[in-house]
Ligand binder design. Structure first.
Ligand SMILES: [Fe+2]
Length: 342
């Protein structure tokens, strides 16, 4: 493989047989995606077709996908020849870099592969990396891995595996897949969703510690899968795990410099708070304008997202401080979001 960082990703000339294998997988998966893929996945598929030439008779090129994702969510893809260590792979996600294979599985078994190949990466992962919220979620797993112990890396790998690779969520009464391992394997996707419906496949809620003892099967179908009602809930679960990792300082990815800032001083936290306040004010202002035209907008949901995880108790107001007259404050309390009356 010839690739140097900063240079365009070399285009691969696939053989006729390889394009034929891609076409078989593409057609079968498209049919199953319409039934079993989550809405975020389906939403981004059409753009991939337009900007990256996703067609049944063409294997898209990483360089085109790289350009598209960069403009869409800031994610970049980088070619690799095979598996990386979990720590290296997760560290890439911290910088919004996804390491991708370019080869394709053997034509003898088009609907299942134990190893990631371009069908897995392009047909399974890419639509989700084009979703801004999911891209951020993936990056958060990566950021949590920086400086983590081996034991903590292993926990993050389980989180990644049972969400980004094999995650299931609910849309109304239907079970939908958002994990790329499922969305790129016609055989496993169909067997899993139908198996969940008839009870022959074990589906567990993604909560508590059991996900960390679940076996990560890489050469066969999974023994069980984990679900949340929404992808947002899966994010919350992973964020709680990430927050439990003992680190002396928090890290934040700076999208302007594409570097990681260490939040280890009050000045840095104040600067970040100023940035966030600007964004929060923008949300409130945009919401007011949209509300003038759309009274049905779910402001409660938006307020909920904003308030979750923002509890900050000023140091002086700790109960042990007898002189304190400062009451606990919610960060961004000046932000007023009118919620819907019930
Ligand atoms: Fe994958």
């Amino acid at each position: 493989m010839i690739y140097r960082h900063g240079h365009p990703i070399p285009r691969v000339k696939y053989t006729e047989e390889e394009v034929e294998t891609w076409g078989k997988i593409f057609r079968k998966l498209r049919e199953l995606h319409m039934r079993y893929a989550c809405k975020e996945f389906l939403e981004h598929w059409d753009e991939l077709a337009v900007y990256c030439d996703y067609r049944e008779d063409n294997i898209p090129q990483l360089e085109d996908i790289n350009r598209y994702l960069k403009s869409k969510t800031g994610f970049q893809v980088r070619p690799v020849a095979g598996y990386l260590t979990p720590r290296d792979f997760l560290a890439g996600l911290a910088f919004r870099v996804f390491h991708c294979t370019q080869y394709i599985r053997h034509s003898s078994d088009p609907f299942y592969t134990p190893e990631p190949d371009c069908c897995h990466e392009l047909l399974g992962h890419m639509p989700m990396f084009a979703d801004a919220s999911f891209a951020q979620f993936s990056q958060e797993i990566g950021l949590a891995s920086l400086g983590a112990s081996e034991q903590e890396i292993s926990k993050l790998v389980s989180c990644y595996f049972f969400t980004v690779e094999f995650g299931i969520c609910r849309e109304g009464k239907d079970w939908k897949a958002y994990g790329a391992g499922l969305l790129s394997s016609a055989a496993e996707l169909e067997r899993t969703i139908l198996g969940i419906q008839d009870g022959s496949v074990e589906l567990l809620p993604l909560d508590g510690e059991r996900v960390f003892s679940a076996e990560l099967v890489v050469t066969d179908y999974q023994n069980q899968y984990f679900f949340t009602e929404t992808i947002e809930e899966a994010k919350d679960f992973v964020r709680n795990i990430a927050n439990s990792i003992q680190k002396t300082s928090e890290l934040r990815y700076n999208p302007y410099t594409q570097t990681v800032d260490i939040l280890n001083s009050s000045d840095k936290i104040i600067d970040l708070a100023k940035d966030l306040r600007g964004d929060l004010c923008l949300v409130a202002s945009a919401l007011k304008k949209v509300q003038e035209k759309d009274t049905e907008i779910d402001t409660e949901l938006i307020a909920n997202y904003l308030s979750r995880g923002l509890d900050i108790t000023p140091y002086q107001s700790r109960p042990s401080s007898p002189t304190s007259s400062v009451s606990p404050t919610k960060f961004g309390e000046s932000l007023t979001i009118p919620t819907k009356k019930m």
